[in-house]
Design a binder for this molecule. Structure first.
Ligand code: NDP
Length: 247
């Protein structure tokens, strides 16, 4: 139980990759502050699954794109749990479309949730981590942030931005024993990828050397490792979980 007595604040924890990370960290003994946007039913179900593992869990509905709301969220989590040891910035959305016709609001929504959301939580927990002299920040980027993707300029920009945010955070906080790393998943089965049309899905699968999609648990295993003491000398890294897609 490498995360015993640790508290993990995980955004987008109601479904998909965030849920898998929450369950995996709970299995390692961590208490879980599970943040979600508005899907109360999914969040409740996730909380019940986490609770059955015997750790403390609380759910928080909060829009990560809202600076003031995330400030209140952090205050509430610190009041409920007393500390935060691990921050996982996982909440994300897509608003795909070619640049030719991309609406400004679709660009802004994706940047505000996927990139600014991570800034907001990092900013509000920064001094807490500094004072503790220990912390783990894990940002969920994407292979699309490394390579770009036609039809996802907004998403790719946000995910590439997350990599810059990760490295800068890592440099600022390394001296305080706070690490910050990014995970770049490839094609992972979730509600997000279920929306991809069959033809496009076939093309993506053909581009993966492993010839299969990844599971949320594949990402969760790496997140749990990065959150633990064994990863204390790893910071500012971007690690792909993509079945070889980026080779
Ligand atoms: P899902 O669509 O399955 O889940 C998204 C999660 O984010 C939900 O918990 C949702 O909450 C939450 N969320 C969305 N918007 C907000 C917001 N404004 N504030 C707070 N929470 C929010 O996505 P995945 O699990 O597939 O993806 C998780 C992360 O991994 C994302 O950042 C995504 O970009 C990234 N990723 C995913 C890949 C994949 O192939 N699936 C590949 C590479 C990266 P609610 O349930 O309340 O709506």
């Amino acid at each position: 139980m490498q995360l015993q007595d640790k508290v993990a604040l995980i955004t987008g924890a109601s479904r998909g990759i965030g849920k898998a990370i929450a369950l995996r960290m709970a299995r390692e003994g961590a208490s879980i502050a599970a943040v979600y946007a508005g899907n109360h039913e999914a969040a409740q179900k996730t909380a019940e699954e986490i609770q059955s593992l015997g750790v403390k869990v609380k759910t928080y509905a909060c829009d990560v794109s809202d600076f003031a709301a995330t400030g209140e969220l952090v205050k509430a989590v610190l009041a409920d749990f007393g500390q935060v040891d691990i921050l996982v910035n996982n909440a994300g959305i897509t608003r795909d479309g070619l640049l030719l016709s991309m609406k400004e609001e679709d660009f802004d929504d994706v940047l505000n949730t996927n990139l600014k959301g991570a800034f907001h939580l990092t900013r509000h927990l920064y001094s807490h981590f500094m004072r503790k002299r220990r912390g783990r920040i894990i940002n969920i980027s994407s292979v699309v942030g490394l390579h770009g993707n036609a039809g996802q300029a907004n998403y790719a920009a946000a995910k590439a931005g997350l990599i810059g945010l990760t490295k800068s955070t890592a440099k600022e906080l390394a001296g305080r024993s706070v690490t910050c790393n990014a995970i770049a998943p490839g094609y992972i089965e979730s509600d997000m990828t279920a929306a991809i049309p069959e033809k496009a899905r076939e093309a993506i699968l053909a581009s993966i050397p492993a010839k299969k999609p990844g599971n949320p648990e594949d990402v969760a295993a790496l997140a749990a490792f990065l959150a633990g003491d064994s990863a204390s000398y790893i910071t500012g890294e971007v690690i792909r979980v993509d079945g070889g897609m980026g080779m």
